[in-house]
Ligand binder design. Structure first.
Ligand code: NAD
Length: 317
């Protein structure tokens, strides 16, 4: 099987390629990445000399190039990670998000149509469902309405709708995965956990938006990757699968764990002006993928969180 992975030099995509090549000897990978500020090819050093791995620097919005790659290289499956992924950046400038996340997805869908692609996996986010406001509110399911509240989430929801439409209209065998917040090594330092770790390492104040009570469901990146592998292999065309960790924590709890790990005083945490339109709580029901595809998050949070801290300390030493 030849798999075209987009955004493979980013956080989750790099873990996905490493796992795919490690676990499947019959698979080869084409990693298509534009190498934006968020990319680091070093994450893929372990496979760069593997005959089954090929890197192509390209922009996913370049439809002609995507069609050429998919048809000439006889791609069997596309796993689409490439995106502008930082909410704060989307609030400052929306257009790169519309371009890469919406137009880029459309270009890849067109490429999938022109080839003989047997599976198109759209890696999406729980942010497309919008926010939960109370602690006792029911978790989002795959049937919850799409109510994105920030430009990043809106661009991902738009892409998801295009993916669905290509299935309904052309019968393209697509699956959409919607995961919760990932943590682990390789994440760009603009994101919450790497930012807080870096600040703690430098003995600087740890900034938290608003009152710090925003809740996210934290999923270890390697658990997420295993979920995507299940969908790639067994997912039913046209279906959406939530991938969550049932591990809801406030941002303040995350900051407290980091302060504790670095033996800093709690006063090191500083509350800063809230993000515009900051969603209060994300939490998803992930029983469909558990029931139908036999996937479950298995990683122990405290152990993986410590491993994540150790990794950032190691690379920043
Ligand atoms: P990331 O920002 O770490 O990596 C994105 C990668 O895409 C980078 O390597 C970048 O160079 C590449 N890229 C960006 N624009 C491109 C373009 N036009 N053409 C080709 N490559 C381009 O992102 P991530 O955190 O690994 O997220 C991967 C996917 O998972 C995204 O689609 C994101 O929406 C989704 N997701 C992430 C999380 C999370 O917690 N990180 C949660 C839910 C969903």
């Amino acid at each position: 099987m030849k798999v075209l992975v987009t955004g493979g030099a980013g956080f989750i995509g790099s873990h996905f390629i490493l796992a795919l090549l490690k676990e499947r000897s019959d698979v080869s990978v084409i990693n298509v990445d534009q190498l934006t500020y968020a990319a680091k090819l070093e994450h893929l050093q372990a496979v760069e000399n593997d005959d089954r791995y090929q890197f192509v620097r390209a922009d996913v919005t370049d439809q002609r190039k995507m069609i050429q790659l998919v048809t000439e290289q006889h791609v069997d499956a596309i796993v689409h990670f490439a995106a502008e992924s930082h909410v704060d950046r989307s609030i400052a400038h929306t257009s790169p998000f519309i371009r890469t996340n919406v137009q880029g997805t459309d270009a890849l869908l067109q490429a999938a149509l022109s080839g003989d692609v047997k599976r198109f996996i759209q890696v999406s986010t729980d942010e497309v469902y919008g926010t939960l406001t109370r602690e006792d509110e029911a978790l989002f399911t795959e049937r919850s309405p799409l109510q994105p509240n920030n430009p990043y989430a809106a661009s991902k929801a738009s892409a998801d709708l295009l993916v669905r439409a290509y299935h309904q209209t052309y019968g393209l065998p697509v699956c959409i995965t919607r995961c919760s917040n990932n943590y682990g090594p390789h994440q760009h330092e603009e994101k919450l956990i790497p930012t807080l770790i870096k600040k703690a390492m430098n003995n600087e104040p740890l900034p938290l938006y608003g009152d710090g009570q925003n809740i996210r469901d934290w999923l270890y990146v390697e658990d997420h990757v295993q979920g995507i592998l299940k969908v790639l292999e067994y997912g039913k065309p046209g279906e959406v699968y939530n991938i969550g960790g049932y591990n809801e924590l406030t941002n303040q709890t995350i900051a407290e764990k980091i302060v504790e790990a670095f033996q800093l005083p709690i006063s090191q945490i500083h509350y800063v002006e809230d993000r515009k339109g900051h969603d209060r709580r994300y939490a998803i029901q992930a029983d469909k993928i558990e029931r139908e595809l036999g996937w479950k998050a298995t990683t122990d949070f405290d152990r993986a969180f410590q491993h994540t801290i150790d990794w950032y300390v190691g690379v920043n030493r």
